[in-house]
Design a protein around this ligand. Structure first.
Ligand code: BGC
Length: 426
């Protein structure tokens, strides 16, 4: 055995908008109509999971998967502010029930980047008064699914959402203001803190005492291009702080540091039951610009592959609050599945030898899916999707993942069969 998984369980992750399909009146349907998806693909297609959920669950079970991080689509459940679509709720319940029957336990994400347009039109998360509206949805979700789900992610990657949507302007609503991005991050911190208490409260009322809640934090490693250059070093510290450093204490402990403005109503406390980190890459900083190190191994979107960075991020997070660790996303854009086995191998190996209490690893993602502004052309899946026919085919990396699960780690034979010979490109 090269390494064993020990206490770490493997699963897969997905987000509602990226797989379900449907024209539901949400911010990504709108962004598509505004011509903002790079390859012109339509999120209304995606992997048509809304209609194919049973087949997908069967495929998952066949691969031996026992953990699935999935999302719900706010615009589908609440097509208007005051309406809950009971048919949509019933259909999610059917899926969750079926997953449990197959022995797959769900980790439910309540918000993953997408807003109903009625919420977007009210100003979304830029307005503190809209926090209550989000909390109404959280309460609805937990009352609807609380008997089937004990583990929750309130919000996926508040920092990525705030920066892409309000600073870089690449995602809806396409604004470019650092101030707005920081306001959104602070408001989302309050949303998480209050949702944390609310989810526990509702599930306690329902008679459950096994609730676990967190938010999924997108973390990346940051390093200066020239470590001796003070301008690069300061830029690195600043970027790290603005992008992720202030997020961890705010959402985990209610400690708001500059430039996040402390809201009057939140108290310091402990607001996560597990650490949830999504990790992909490292950023190399020179002053105010971000890039990659020359000659570094890159994925098909040009992101550096740097497994040690994941441990650095986990240690930083663990330094703020000590909880069991879930890697809620890790994976790579590899359109031809040429190096994904090596990527998985190296990241799992790093985790298993880290001495950190990592309980779960959710690979991003199960099936290739709608990759936000990149559309259908960036493939992250263990399962290949032919979008024209919606045919699913397990990739070599999917077979590797299945075999690692079966073996409880990576044996010499698995290494020989799947990893050896795979090279990254630069
Ligand atoms: C997001 C996913 C996305 C993945 C790959 C994460 O930041 O949560 O929705 O598909 O990265 O880009």
């Amino acid at each position: 055995m090269i390494f064993t998984l020990e206490n770490m369980s493997l699963g897969v992750a997905a987000a509602a908008t990226q797989i379900e399909g449907g024209d539901l009146g949400h911010s990504w349907n709108d962004w598509y109509r505004r011509g903002r998806i790079k390859d012109g693909s339509d999120p209304a297609r995606a992997t048509d999971h809304w209609n194919r959920w049973k087949g997908d669950a069967g495929l998952m079970a066949g691969m031996g998967l026992r953990h699935y991080r999935l999302g719900i689509e706010w615009a589908r459940i609440c097509p208007t502010r005051d309406m809950a679509d009971q048919a949509a709720v019933a259909r999610y319940r059917e899926e969750l029930q079926h997953l449990r029957e197959l022995g797959i336990s769900p980790l439910l994400t309540i918000h993953h980047f997408t807003n109903p347009m009625w919420f977007e039109d009210m100003g979304g998360f830029t307005k503190a008064e809209n926090i209550e509206i989000f909390l109404d949805f959280v309460a609805l979700a937990v009352r609807s699914f609380g008997d089937l789900v004990s583990e929750y992610i309130t919000i996926n990657e508040p920092n990525v959402y705030a920066t892409e949507s309000y600073y870089f302007g690449e995602w809806p609503p396409g604004e470019k203001s650092m101030g707005r991005a920081m306001t959104v991050m602070a408001n989302m911190a309050v949303c998480h803190i209050r949702a944390y208490g609310l989810i526990h409260h509702i599930r306690r009322e329902m008679g459950f005492d096994d609730t676990r809640v967190s938010f999924a934090h997108h973390m990346r490693a940051f390093d200066p291009k020239s470590p001796m250059n003070p301008f690069h070093r300061t830029g690195t510290r600043l970027m790290e702080r603005l992008f992720q450093g202030v997020v961890t204490p705010a959402l985990c402990r209610g400690i708001f540091k500059w430039p996040l403005r402390a809201p009057a109503t939140t108290k310091r406390g402990e607001y996560v039951d597990f650490i949830a980190v999504n990790y992909y890459t490292r950023t190399i900083v020179s002053g105010f610009s971000a890039g990659t190190r020359k000659g570094a191994p890159l994925n098909d979107l040009g992101w550096e592959i740097y497994p040690e960075g994941m441990l650095r991020c986990l240690r930083a997070h663990y330094g703020v609050i000590q909880r069991p660790i879930y890697i809620t996303e890790n994976g790579t854009c590899d359109n031809t599945d040429a190096f994904r086995c090596r990527y998985i191998y190296e990241h799992l190996k790093a985790l298993c030898g880290s001495g950190l209490p990592v309980e779960r690893y959710y690979h991003w993602c199960f099936c290739d899916n709608f990759e936000w502004a990149e559309g259908e052309s960036a493939r992250f899946g263990l399962v290949h999707v032919d979008y024209e026919t919606q045919k699913r085919t397990v990739k070599k990396s999917g077979e590797f993942y299945r075999d690692v699960l079966r073996a409880g780690g990576v044996t010499e034979e698995l290494y020989e069969a799947y990893v050896k010979g795979q090279e990254y490109h630069d």
